[in-house]
Design a protein around this ligand. Sequence first.
Ligand SMILES: NC(=O)C1=CN([C@@H]2O[C@H](COP(=O)(O)OP(=O)(O)OC[C@H]3O[C@@H](n4cnc5c(N)ncnc54)[C@H](OP(=O)(O)O)[C@@H]3O)[C@@H](O)[C@H]2O)C=CC1
Ligand SMILES: CC(=O)N[C@@H](CCC(=O)OP(=O)(O)O)C(=O)O
Length: 346
Amino acid sequence: MLKVAVVGASGYTGVELLRLLHGHPEVTVSCVTSEQNAGRPVAEIFPTLRGRYAQQLENLEPVRVAEKADLIFTALPHKAAMEVVPTFLKLGKRVVDLSADYRFNDAAVYESWYEPHLNPELLGQAVYGLPEVRRAEIVPAQLVGNPGCYPTCTILGLQPLVRQGVIDPTTVIVDAKSGVSGAGRGAKVDNLYCEVNEGFKPYGVGGVHRHLPEIEQELSLLAGEQVMISFTPHLVPMDRGILATSYARLAADLSPADLVRLFGEFYAGEPFVRVLPQGSFPSTAHVRGANFCDIGVTVDTRTGRVIVVSAIDNLVKGAAGQAVQNMNLMCGFPETMGLDGLALFP
Ligand SMILES: NC(=O)C1=CN([C@@H]2O[C@H](COP(=O)(O)OP(=O)(O)OC[C@H]3O[C@@H](n4cnc5c(N)ncnc54)[C@H](OP(=O)(O)O)[C@@H]3O)[C@@H](O)[C@H]2O)C=CC1
Ligand SMILES: CC(=O)N[C@@H](CCC(=O)OP(=O)(O)O)C(=O)O
C-alpha cells in the first residue's frame, strides 16, 4: 500500500482528498495535518468521516510528515506550501501541491500576481498537473503543481480550439461562475450565508484575478503563440461547482456539428472529459462530487463566435480528484482508480 499524507486535511480540498482516498484500494492515509485544529480527531471536524478515519490532526512538522509517507498532498494556502515542499522533496518524497506555488514556469509571473517565491529553482522541475494536457510529463514527476479550479475548467474547454488553431487567440472571453467552497473553509465576511445566499456577483473584474496568468500560460503553450483572455469570475450561491462559458472568434468555417465532432475526437479516450451531443450543455449538478469535466460546444453563426460551456466540481476535478488522478499516474496505478464515482445528482 502507498502511504500518503494529507497536509491541510482540515480544509475543503483536504476533506475531499480523504473522501476520495477512502475508496482507493492501493492507498492508506498515514498522516493528516492542520494548523489551528491540531490535536483534534479529523472526524470531529468532518463528521462524514466518522467510523472511517480514526486519525488525529497533527501539527505540520515537515520532517515527521515525510517520515510517515511516500507521497504527500499539500492542500495548504499558497506560500504555506512553498515553506514545506522543499523539505519533502529533499527527503525523497513525491508531492502533489494543490496551491498555486508550483503552477508557474516563470517565477517573475508568479511574483507579480502572488508574492516573492521562496524556492523559484523548483519551478523548473515542477510539472503542471493537468493530465489531459501533460500526462507523459506527470508520470515521472517528483513535484506536481495541481491546477487551479477555474484554469482546469477553462483550459479543458478551450484546449481543442487552440491546439487545432481554429480560433483567433486574441479574442477569447471567459465568463466563469464558482460555488462558495472555491474560497476555502476559512471564515471570511464575503462568504457568510447572508452575503452569498440571495445574490450572484462578479469579483476580480478587469483582468485582475490571479487565475488569469495561469490560464494564459497554459493556453499560450498549447497554441504556440500568446493567447489573451478576458476573464470574469462570479460567485454563485451554491456549495460546489464551476461553470465556464468561453467565447472566441472562429478562424475557420465550422458548423456546430463540426465542432462537436472536433471536440469528441480530441477527447476520445479521455476517461474524465465528456463531450456532450450537439445542442446539449453541461450543468454543475451533473458533475457534483465526480471527477468529470463536461463540455458542450456550438457556434453563434450570426457573430461567428464559438461558444464552449465547461463544468466541473471545483473540489474534485478542480482540486482533490485531479490530485488523485495525478497520484495514480505518478505511481503507476490505473488513472481512474478511486475516481469512478458518478455525480450525486440524477
Ligand atoms: N477550494 C477549492 O475549490 C480549491 C482550492 N485550491 C487550493 O488548494 C489549497 C487548499 O484549499 P482549501 O482546501 O480550499 O483551503 P482551506 O482554507 O479550506 O484549508 C486550508 C488548510 O490548510 C491549513 N493551513 C492553513 N494555513 C496553514 C499554515 N500556515 N500552516 C499549516 N497549515 C495551514 C488549514 O488548517 P486549519 O484551518 O485547521 O488551521 C487547512 O487544513 C489552496 O492553496 C487553494 O488555493 C485549488 C483548487 C480548488
Ligand atoms: C470562489 C473563490 O473564491 N474561488 C477562488 C479560486 C479557488 C482556487 O482554485 O484557487 P487557487 O488558485 O488558489 O488554488 C478564487 O477566486 O480565488
